[in-house]
Design a binder for this molecule. Structure first.
Ligand code: MF3
Ligand code: CO
Length: 292
């Protein structure tokens, strides 16, 4: 960690207005100790202030309201374009901006990823949801400058039992990951718990794409992998805001990107993939899911 050493009586870097010694001094010493042991530790600018967390919380309210509405309206025969329209209209109506729209050239307001599409599926009017489909709808919202990001799986009609299990296990992966989220654990603790759970069910986790810090921007540091090991990756400390969003493949972990549209990510073996996503903040004694 590179930072100018603050004096004990200087005002704290966090903006609380309190003296450093009465605020984050002990905290910084603890982080420094981990850094000296060779661990990756977060810079101060990755730690959100209470005001910023409140902003992300408000943004998350829009984000989940949109997903709740999709949950009500999604049906067989609906096009992914209609889902996109719903996301766009509802976000605008509530005073927000859909973060994906125009993001690095992404053409739509939401990602809709069906069956063997792992993520970043582009909504279109030709693709109608059909009986037996599973679809991930990934909504990312900007509200008053703050970003929130979450996704859910939806099952249409009669989904075969093997695929239903995939969706269920992908959800459980979020829960086993969350159990590891607390100050002074590592992102790798969470990753390994998730990877172990997927593997125990015969599934695999996508390596190349993961979660991310979020809040002041769509994608911030750190990159959050779900295939790393316990005791590795960034130290978790209060104020870190990031997503948990493992992509769980029924078959092999390998993926490829559509070379026509440059976005859609598929499983190499054509087997289905499932993903749920939450945005959370690390608190003093664990975590708060902002997108619930
Ligand atoms: N919502 C995705 C995530 O969870 C990112 C999608 S990028 C986009 O990180 F441009 F495709 F929207
Ligand atoms: Co995300």
């Amino acid at each position: 960690m590179t930072m100018k050493k603050l004096g004990r009586n200087d005002s704290c870097w966090c903006g609380s207005g309190r003296k450093y010694k009465a605020c984050h001094m002990i905290f910084d010493e603890k982080i420094e100790h981990y850094a000296l042991e060779g661990h990756i530790v977060p810079r101060h600018d990755l730690l959100k202030t209470p005001e910023q967390i409140e902003g992300i919380r408000q943004s998350s309210k829009l984000n989940i309201a949109i997903l709740d509405e999709i949950e009500k309206q999604i049906h067989i025969g609906m096009s992914t374009e209609e889902i996109d329209r719903l996301v766009y209209d509802m976000t605008k109506e509530m005073g927000g901006i859909p973060a994906p729209l125009g993001y690095e050239g992404f053409p739509k307001s939401v990602c809709t990823s069906i069956n063997e599409v792992v993520c970043h599926g582009i909504p279109c009017k030709e693709r109608l949801l059909k009986d037996g489909d599973i679809v991930n709808v990934d909504v990312s919202t900007i509200y008053q400058g703050y970003f929130s990001d979450s996704s859910r799986m939806f099952m249409l009609g009669n989904v075969d039992s093997e695929t239903q299990k995939l969706v269920k296990v992908a959800k459980e992966c979020i829960d086993v990951g969350l159990e590891q989220v607390k100050p002074w654990n590592f992102l790798g603790d969470m990753a390994q718990a998730i990877n172990d759970h997927a593997k125990a069910n015969g599934y695999s986790i996508v390596r190349e794409i993961g979660g991310h810090g979020v809040g002041l921007e769509f994608h911030e540091e750190p990159f959050v992998s779900y295939v790393t090991s316990k005791g590795t990756e960034m130290l978790m400390v209060p104020g870190m805001v990031f997503t948990i969003e493992p992509m769980v493949n029924m078959g092999k972990a390998d993926i490829y990107i559509d070379d026509q549209d440059g976005w859609t990510v598929y499983t190499d073996d054509g087997k289905p993939s499932a993903q749920w996503e939450v945005t959370l903040v690390v608190t003093e004694d664990g975590y708060e899911i902002l997108t619930y």
